[in-house]
Design a protein around this ligand. Structure first.
Ligand SMILES: NC(=O)c1ccc[n+]([C@@H]2O[C@H](COP(=O)([O-])OP(=O)(O)OC[C@H]3O[C@@H](n4cnc5c(N)ncnc54)[C@H](O)[C@@H]3O)[C@@H](O)[C@H]2O)c1
Length: 347
């Protein structure tokens, strides 16, 4: 059992990962500003743990605050040390994540994502905690004209400020590793996490207008939005709509547990690992599967391509399997059923 700091632990991927960590008896400290989440998620997590007889001895401490508050970060590390169980590792989810917002307000993104991360790394260094799993993204990759699977060794060439904050943090982490101070680092480059916990109690809860496809499908199904816009129907893909690598959020959560355990056992490391299914799914395929498995209709309209969109993005997942022995186990149908169950619970 380990003691971990989870930044952004109230968010979408963070909450599913925290549930998994707590189910397995780990002690976790959460730092979250709740800028895109709500503390209520922890009541839901406790409920799921109770229902599964895993609630006894839950070790969870929640701090409301920003990564930009260096004193608070140090206080969390000090409190853990004072309790006799110092923080041994960090899973760093906290970040702003909207590509479109980052294009409109890049300074905000550099300030929150980069300054916040530097503060975190300073606090980790000061408190001699050098194991970190960082939430990176497939957005760090450049466009691959042949549309083949993206590999970790492919060119890093983001196209928007959000992506640049992620690729820059990867470089900072590489510098730390190269400084020979025994850092152990895994950057998980997620493709498109969707779905929710099968209880329907936790899921993606965007407080602002979501830009990604799956919450939009759910919101159209729920009648919150009148229709879904599909950008382009003449791409060079099987049905003309863009293709993405959708991966169940519970599979993504499991990759974090394997990553942190891998770091504990290994010597100084710096690894970039893709997290996806390895299968491209078109937007239309996703919509049709959602309709079929949930027995409903999604009103959608094709509109012009968006500037900057790429026609296909999917992961080569061989390295994740080789290093972590991880591969996704849940299919598109489960992603659609679980995601809709969560959305219905919000109505
Ligand atoms: N969801 C995706 O499709 C996706 C894909 C690739 C990468 N990622 C990355 O994964 C991570 C988690 O994504 P998510 O979908 O769970 O996002 P999310 O917005 O649901 O969760 C992020 C959490 O971080 C918190 N937060 C943001 N800025 C903070 C700050 N400065 N200090 C403290 N807390 C702060 C938010 O309140 C939220 O709870 C992010 O780093 C994101 O960039 C997500």
């Amino acid at each position: 059992m380990k003691t971990l700091l989870i930044t952004g632990g109230a968010g979408y991927i963070g909450s599913h990962t925290c549930l998994n960590l707590l189910s397995n008896g780990n002690e976790i400290y959460i730092l979250d500003s709740f800028v895109n989440s709500s503390p209520e998620v922890f009541e839901k997590i406790k409920l799921i743990l109770k229902e599964n007889n895993k609630f006894e001895n839950v070790k969870l401490k929640i701090y409301k605050g920003s990564l930009k508050d260096e004193d608070l970060l140090n206080e969390i590390f000090s409190n853990a040390s004072a309790s006799g169980r110092p923080i041994e590792g960090v899973i760093h989810f906290a970040s702003l994540k909207s590509v479109s917002e980052s294009l409109l307000d890049p300074i905000k993104y550099w300030d929150e994502n980069l300054v916040g991360t530097i503060n975190l790394l300073k606090a980790m260094n000061k408190n001699n905690c050098k194991n970190i799993v960082f939430s990176s993204s497939a957005t760090v990759y450049g466009i691959k004209p042949d549309g083949s699977a993206l590999r970790e060794s492919d060119q890093i060439k983001p196209t928007n400020p959000y992506g640049f904050t992620k690729s820059t943090i990867e470089i900072i982490l590489l510098n730390l590793f190269s400084s020979c101070k025994e850092w152990k680092i895994i950057n998980l480059r997620y493709f498109n996490p969707i779905g929710a916990h099968s209880s329907g109690l936790i899921g993606e809860n965007p407080l602002n207008n979501p830009a990604n496809i799956f919450p939009n499908i759910c919101q159209v199904a729920a009648g919150i939005k009148p229709k879904l816009y599909i950008y382009g129907k003449d791409w060079l893909t099987k049905d003309g709509t863009c293709e993405r690598d959708f991966v169940h959020v519970l599979d993504v959560a499991e990759a974090h547990i394997l990553s942190i355990n891998y770091l504990y056992k290994s010597s100084s490391q710096f690894l970039n690992i893709n997290i996806g299914t390895g299968n491209p799914t078109s937007i239309l395929e996703l919509v049709k599967t959602f309709e079929k498995v949930n027995n409903l209709k999604i009103s959608y309209e094709f509109v012009d391509r968006r500037p900057g969109d790429i026609y296909r993005s999917f992961a080569d997942v061989g390295f994740a399997y080789e290093i972590l022995n991880w591969k996704s186990s849940r299919n598109l149908k489960e992603m659609c059923v679980d995601g809709w169950k969560w959305q219905k619970n919000q109505m």
